[in-house]
Every structure is written in C-alpha cells, then in structure tokens.
Design a protein around this ligand. Structure first.
Ligand code: ZN
Length: 330
C-alpha cells in the first residue's frame, strides 16, 4: 500500500504547501478559521499519518486528472482567493431551511447580494423550489454532502453516495451540475482530497472567516466576527439554519457594503484569482501577525484539515432556535 500511496503523496503535499503559501499572503484575523487551522497543520509527513482514512479507490490512482503531463498538480482547495479588488464570497451551509432560507433570499435580493449555498441533499430533495429560486436570483448552489457526515471516516461507497446523490438533487432542481464541494466540517483525508478534485472534478471550498454562528447564537457577535474578519478574497462562512445568523445578516451586509466590499459567488471569486505573488509581498491586504490559535474545544484534525468536528465538543445551547434537529457545524 505504501508503494501505491507514494505517487499520490507528493502532489498532495505540494497542494498543501501551496495552499498555506497562498493563505500566508493574505492572512485573515478571524478568531477561528479554516485557514488558521490549515496554515499550522499540514506538514510534509501529515498525509502519511493518516490513520482515520478509508482509502478511496480512484479508478486511476497513480495518474492525476491532468494525465500527469503538467509539472505540478492543479490547486484543489481554497480557503480564500487572491484577487485584485474588494471581492468576497458569502457562503451559507447546511440548508436549505424552509423556515429561514426564503427570508434570507428576500434580504439578499433587497441588498443586491449574490451568495453561495452549500446545501445538504437530504434537505434539498424536499425543497427544490428553494434551490430553483436561489439560482434564478443569481446565487450559486454547491454540494455539502447528503446529510452531513464526517466523510473522512466513511467507507468509499458511502462517500460516493453522499456526493453523488446530492449532486443529482442539485442538478435536477437547478438544471445545472455543481462543481463546488465543501466537505462537512472541512473534513477529508488526503486521498479523498485527491479523489474529489482529480477524479470527481470538484473544487474544494473551505473558508477563511468563521463567525462560529453554530455555537454562539448572538447576532451582534456574529456580525462583528464576519465584518471584522472580511478581507479582499475572503470566503465567509455562515449557516442558514440558525435564526440568529439570519438576524445578523442585515447588519453584516450593510456594514460590509458600506466598507466597499462587493459580494460575488464562490465561482465568480475563483474566476478572479490572481497567480501567486512571486515576491510574496503584501498586496491589497495589510500585513498582519499570525492568527491566534484555535479556541478550546473547537479543533479536530484530519490530514491537515482542521475544523469543528462532531464528538465531545461543547453542545449547542439548549435554547438554540434552529429548525434543524441536530446541531451541525460547517
Ligand atoms: Zn455544514
């Protein structure tokens, strides 16, 4: 198996290093973010220490999607995007919520803001009309699995089912397939990262600004974290299944618009991506100190992807007014 892995690990490690480099150019000072976690996690040996990873069976595991003809693997994972201009992508996970998403769409329409929804297939199947409306109003729909498992701990067949069933629901509802994937909790093994991108054709989208809205049901706090964390190229995380998140959005949008930020979908943001700065000099973002470490109880690591994970982490407040029966994060 080690011989089998070797040709994969080098490009994977190169990907991780590339991602860290890119993030280091425009750090985002959010209290907890995927970027901060990732920036400290991947090491050249990280992929070798993959004890949680089921081994996905890519059809041609030793041959990258580009046929192996290019000298370096293409980028697979984005937590933020290097852009020239005040563009940011707001993203909403874990919906659609019949109770909350339509109201959010009303607000987004009123503000002229386009966002990206990372939906769960299990919810989207019952509300294709919400997906259709979102697309009709300029938003983007993307894959967040069927019912929010930790993909990094699932058998390959189950992972395939999670992604394919959701993709089918999205395609049926919107008429267009999606090529953006956000694994629940940002969790995936190194081999899955390769599989999702090179074999299944997904761009894997994490985030750089995390308001922790799944944990802190406080609109003011959510607003501050999002507004203060935003930088050009930021990918902003939120969840349209929490009432307090929706309540925060008018102020979030107003304040970010007032600061001159322009909202685009994730695909639009990716289309603006600049090549890596060879000088690694700070461009539009001021130079900032390293990110603070993760908050207690939040991190969990799977192959360099560090996110809030299910398990013995603090539970949501009992009074959490979420329409979702199960607390979910990212
Ligand atoms: Zn999620």
């Amino acid at each position: 198996m080690k011989n089998f892995l070797k040709p994969l690990l080098l490009p994977i490690c190169a990907l991780a290093a590339t991602a860290v480099t890119a993030r280091a150019q425009a750090p985002v000072p959010s209290p907890v973010s995927a970027s901060s976690s990732l920036a400290s996690a991947p090491t050249p040996g990280a992929a070798n220490n993959n004890t949680t990873a089921p081994l996905p069976p890519p059809p041609t595991p030793s041959v990258p999607a580009d046929g192996g003809t290019t000298p370096a693997p293409s980028k697979a994972v984005w937590s933020e995007v290097r852009v020239n201009g005040p563009y940011i992508a707001m993203t909403f996970d874990d919906g659609p919520s019949a109770a909350l998403t339509p109201g959010l769409l009303d607000l987004l329409k009123q503000k002229g803001v386009h966002v990206t929804f990372f939906v769960l297939g299990s919810l989207a199947k019952d509300h294709p009309e919400i997906l259709r409306r979102a697309v009709a109003e300029g938003h983007e729909i993307a894959n967040h699995s069927w019912d929010h498992p930790n993909l990094g701990k699932m058998p390959d067949e189950s992972v395939s089912s999670q992604l394919n069933r959701t993709k089918d629901i999205i395609t049926a509802a919107t008429g267009k397939p999606c090529d953006l994937l956000r694994p629940p909790y940002g969790s995936m093994t190194a081999l899955q990262r390769h599989w999702f991108h090179d074999q299944l054709g997904y761009k894997i989208i994490l985030w750089s600004v995390d308001p922790l809205d799944w944990k802190d049901h406080n609109p003011s706090l959510i607003t501050r974290r999002l507004v203060d964390g935003a930088r050009p190229g930021s990918i902003m995380l939120a969840h349209d299944i929490h009432k307090t998140t929706i309540e925060a959005m008018p102020a979030v949008l107003d304040e970010l618009l007032a600061k001159g930020f322009k909202f685009v979908t994730v695909s639009e943001l990716l289309a603006m991506e600049l090549p890596p700065d060879p000088k690694k000099a700070s461009s539009s973002s001021p130079s900032r100190p390293p990110r603070p470490s993760l908050a207690p109880g939040v991190p969990a690591t799977i192959n360099g992807s560090v996110e809030p994970m299910p398990g013995p982490t603090p539970a949501l407040p009992a009074a959490a007014p979420s329409p979702s029966a199960t607390p979910k994060r990212n």
